[in-house]
Design a protein around this ligand. Structure first.
Ligand code: NDP
Ligand code: MG
Ligand code: MG
Length: 339
């Protein structure tokens, strides 16, 4: 088994006396800042004026412009949207770098050459394997979200110590961290979200819903069957793997899982997954996304609007309005980061 790093592997004092500038206060930014602060690390926030700025102030942080936060810090963690990082880096971060360590939560911009690593800085990443709101929620519950860490450039000889201390500070070493490279983190993160976690799952859910409703079954029923119940099944997988999930379901469901699962995810689907992976590895996905942003996101916006009108979304909005308990936790967190 690969070496996993836990709390005992980090020097918890490493970040003492050092100042961390967290740039951005969104999904990951608010979670990293608050977890680090609760772990005793000095944190300042770098932002532009706006909603996140007001929220960070309300949460008791010292908030500065990106340039001012960068200039006064020892460690700069960039938690801006990936597509905006190159411009903000060039205009506001790079001019204020002396030898601060530069950190990321995703390797996209370094790996795909959108940000050129500064010669004098350690460059590393700590990437929690979970949404930011859970990085915060799970920390407050005394647990942690697992993370990957990687060193791209080690000028001081201390980049690994910093990565582990940072992972410790955000609570990830409670769950375990795995060492990787920028290349491996970037490619696997993009593949996971495209083929399985986000793209694969939403396509599977929609296809199941459409199959039932096109056969004349009630949309409300199809929503419960193909979307709502997914969470309950995934929770079982989270706790006990596929085996744990199969222990809880009926033998009839398990037999259906064995005989019909491979009819849905066929060898052709897996072959297509390999094509998706190749597009990522060979830079085609990154190029398309970078150009889409340069063109002001015409395709992203059009698809996003169409998706909101899909019948599963229409019926889902109505049903969730009747189940206020479903997203109460999320609403509180969303209000907390004002997004
Ligand atoms: P969000 O979109 O949630 O947050 C972005 C933040 O950046 C907001 O606070 C926003 O403030 C601020 N911002 C945007 N533009 C500027 C600007 N020009 N100047 C200053 N501040 C700005 O980002 P995420 O947390 O989703 O992503 C951050 C990084 O974390 C990415 O590299 C991503 O790949 C990585 N990551 C994200 C995960 C997630 O759970 N979302 C999971 C693992 C990694 P404002 O309110 O002003 O817009
Ligand atoms: Mg991810
Ligand atoms: Mg990602």
């Amino acid at each position: 088994m690969a070496k996993m790093y836990y709390n005992g592997d980090a020097n918890p004092h490493y970040l003492q006396g050092k100042k961390v500038a967290v740039i951005g206060y969104g999904s990951q930014g608010h979670a990293h800042s608050q977890n680090l602060r609760d772990s005793g690390v000095e944190v300042v926030i770098g932002l532009r004026k706006g909603r996140s700025w007001d929220q960070a102030v309300e949460d008791g942080f010292q908030v500065y412009s990106v340039g001012e936060a960068t200039a006064q810090a020892d460690v700069v963690m960039i938690l801006l949207p990936d597509e905006l990082q190159p411009t903000v880096y060039k205009n506001e971060i790079e001019p204020n770098l002396t030898n601060q360590a530069l950190m990321f939560a995703h390797g996209f911009n370094i790996h795909f050459n959108q940000i050129k690593a500064p010669k004098e800085s350690d460059v590393l990443l700590v990437a929690p394997k979970g949404p930011g709101h859970l990085v915060r929620r799970v920390y407050t519950e005394g647990a942690g979200v697992p993370a990957l860490f990687a060193v791209f450039q080690d000028v001081t000889g201390e980049a690994r110590d910093l990565a582990l201390s940072y992972a410790h500070g955000i609570g990830s070493l409670r769950a375990g961290a795995l060492e990787t490279t920028f290349k491996e983190e970037t490619e696997t993160d993009l593949f996971g979200e495209q083929a399985v976690l986000c793209g694969g799952v939403s396509a599977l859910v929609k296809a199941g819903f459409e199959t039932l409703t096109e056969a004349g079954y009630q949309p409300e029923l199809a929503y419960f069957e193909c979307l709502h119940e997914l969470k309950l099944i995934v929770d079982l997988m989270y706790e006990g793997g596929l085996e744990g999930m199969r222990y809880s379901i009926s033998d009839t469901a398990q037999w259906g899982d064995f005989v019909s699962g491979p009819r849905v995810v066929t060898p052709a689907v897996k072959a297509e997954m390999k094509e998706v992976l190749k597009d990522i590895q060979e830079g085609r996905f990154a190029k398309g996304w970078i150009l889409e942003n340069q063109a002001n996101r015409p395709e992203f916006t059009a698809i996003n609007e169409n998706e909101k009108q899909h019948p599963i979304e229409v019926v889902g909005r109505e049903l969730r309005a009747m189940m206020p308990f479903v997203n109460q936790g999320k609403k509180k967190e969303v209000a907390a980061v004002a997004k």
